[in-house]
Design a protein around this ligand. Structure first.
Ligand SMILES: Nc1ncnc2c1ncn2[C@@H]1O[C@H](COP(=O)(O)OP(=O)(O)OP(=O)(O)O)[C@@H](O)[C@H]1O
Ligand SMILES: [Mg+2]
Length: 229
């Protein structure tokens, strides 16, 4: 049996303590193969974002094991997790770390800066990524000078600029009109074709249908899965 890229076993997450404790994830078992494209869906509060934060090494589970590319990341230090995030994972999370004082090009250059890629190379790659999301003409704008949908596209440009082996997207089309949503989903298709693994949370069924597999989460558990041809 080949090793899945993401292997989650009996993942539990408890928020808070004592009387206020709340178990958001109650034993998630999920494997995602390399270059798979999956959608996660479920009601509000079912635990999707909690699960995405754990998959993205932004948070650790209360118990259970999580292997990413064969490495147990469930109990790693914050420093080690930060390195893994920068090297392998692209995030498209709502309002995740967009810095208001940077222009679009600088914004997209941030992950490259952390990876030691700077200067003309970084600027060219940033412009290429902005071009893919249709924003290269506005590269000099600040975050305060663009719309919510445009911010979302900047977040996508920033997520793909490092060509991550794993792309995690939490409601990537949530604030977008249909045409822009499809444009974003086409970018995801391109990334998928070039080898990336994609995990996307969405509550829109036509968006979920673009993935190869749909995982339904209910009350902190995988309720069922559907695989497409
Ligand atoms: N930091 C926190 N402290 C306490 N409870 C939390 C915290 N974060 C989330 N929760 C609770 O955990 C549950 C799962 O939250 P989560 O954000 O994962 O849901 P979700 O499926 O992403 O919902 P939505 O579709 O609304 O984004 C919810 O009941 C939420 O209230
Ligand atoms: Mg959520």
């Amino acid at each position: 049996m080949t090793q899945a890229q993401l292997q989650l076993k009996d993942i539990r997450k408890v928020y808070g303590k004592g009387d206020a404790a709340f178990e958001a994830l109650k034993g998630i078992n999920l494997a995602v193969e390399k270059n798979e494209y999956i959608a996660i869906t479920g009601r509000s509060g079912s635990g999707k974002s909690t699960l995405m934060h754990i998959m993205g090494c932004l948070d650790t589970p209360t118990s259970g094991s999580y292997y990413l590319d064969g490495e147990d990341v469930s109990q790693m230090s914050d420093n080690a997790l930060a390195k893994i995030r920068n090297k392998k994972i692209g995030f498209v999370f709502q309002a995740f770390n967009l810095l208001p004082h940077l222009n679009l090009m600088e914004q997209v250059m941030v992950p490259m800066y952390y990876a030691g890629i700077t200067g003309a190379t970084a600027r060219k790659r940033a412009m290429d990524a902005l071009d893919k999301v249709g924003l290269s003409a506005k590269w000099h704008r600040l975050m305060t000078q663009i719309s919510g949908g445009e911010m979302q596209r900047v977040a996508i440009a920033r997520a793909i600029v490092m060509e991550p082996s794993l792309l995690l997207a939490d409601e990537p089309t949530g604030n977008l009109d249909t045409a822009t949503s499809y444009q974003i989903l086409d970018i995801f298709d391109d990334l998928h074709r070039s080898g990336s693994t994609i995990v996307m949370v969405t509550h829109e069924m036509d968006v979920a249908a673009r993935a190869q597999r749909i995982v339904y989460i209910k009350d902190g558990l995988v309720e069922r899965e559907e695989t497409h041809a």
